[in-house]
Design a protein around this ligand. Structure first.
Ligand SMILES: [Zn+2]
Length: 108
């Protein structure tokens, strides 16, 4: 069985009887008749953190926003990873958020 995709789109389609419905597709516009701007992009929740904070080290807090909640040894004084991030890290984070939301011209 193949792995589930990290990203998938919900697009307008037809059911087996030809009636309009929404269908899942790995392409936002699988044919010329589809408008990619109408596709709704979904990203698996377990990949959002990984994509946003790729390259960040995280901290020792059990609820670190970068590494995610974890049990065992750790601190609980709060994660300051974003608060203490450098300007370049924040710029990269901003670019990743914009890209995940579909770009600067994405619908809000
Ligand atoms: Zn942290």
């Amino acid at each position: 069985m193949p792995d589930t995709p990290e990203t998938i789109y919900l697009i307008k389609g037809e059911d087996v009887d030809g009636a309009p419905c929404m269908v899942w597709c790995d392409d936002p516009a699988p044919s010329y008749a589809c408008d990619p701007a109408e596709a709704v992009k979904y990203i698996r929740a377990d990949h959002i953190r990984e994509r946003l904070f790729q390259g960040w080290a995280g901290c020792t807090d059990r609820a670190c926003i970068v590494t995610g909640p974890r049990s065992g040894m750790g601190t609980n004084g709060g994660c300051h990873c974003v608060k203490n991030a450098s300007r370049s890290q924040l710029n990269l984070l901003s670019q990743r958020l914009i890209a995940m939301m579909g770009g600067r011209n994405a619908k809000t």
